[in-house]
Design a protein. Structure first.
Length: 86
């Protein structure tokens, strides 16, 4: 994750995952703030060399990885319920 440039869509997914699945307020808020900053850089069409690329702490990486897994599992569960034929 660290030092990698993300698309607007990937950043939005990261924000959603953090917002819904990270309970530690300081970790969640930090991740969301970093993602919003990077989205601003993308929207402003900042050149790659001017974009900071998100740098997350080890604690943020672990929390975001877990949150992303939970978001994916939730989407799979929701999709499975929709196709149950009921």
């Amino acid at each position: 994750m660290n030092g990698k440039a993300y698309s607007n869509q990937a950043l939005s997914i990261m924000i959603t995952a953090a917002d819904h699945y990270i309970e530690a307020t300081d970790v969640r808020d930090s991740i969301i703030a970093k993602c919003h900053w990077e989205i601003g850089m993308v929207v402003c069409d900042a050149p790659e060399h001017q974009r900071s690329a998100i740098t997350l702490t080890p604690q943020e990486i672990k929390a975001l990885n877990n949150a992303t897994r939970q978001l994916r599992a939730s989407k799979l569960t929701t999709a499975g319920q929709g196709s149950s034929g009921e």
